[in-house]
Design a protein. Structure first.
Length: 95
């Protein structure tokens, strides 16, 4: 995981096969921001080691990929990771 709104997903234990995803429905501060580490920790609490289903969507620029990451809405047990992050009070902000 990079910052509080990016994660890697894959169906293999081999990280070289994983895809880097940027959450479409949650905007976290960058890692270097004062609360960036807290945002990353919140994402890890919600998603690390759990099965996620991600659906690519178009971002604000109309593209499905930005900065080598796929823009997607990801769900765990049918619930959006963005919604789960908001429910636990994860830091928001960024762009």
């Amino acid at each position: 995981m990079g910052d509080g709104d990016g994660l890697c997903v894959g169906d293999s234990p081999d990280p070289t096969t994983w895809i880097e995803v940027r959450l479409a429905d949650f905007d976290a501060p960058e890692l270097h921001a004062p609360i960036g580490a807290r945002a990353k920790a919140a994402l890890e609490d919600v998603a690390l080691g759990r099965g996620a289903f991600c659906t690519a969507v178009r971002g604000r620029n109309g593209r499905v990929q930005v900065y080598d990451r796929v823009i997607a809405v990801c769900q765990i047990s049918g619930r959006s990771i963005g919604t789960l992050l908001r429910q636990i009070g994860a830091p928001q902000g960024g762009r």
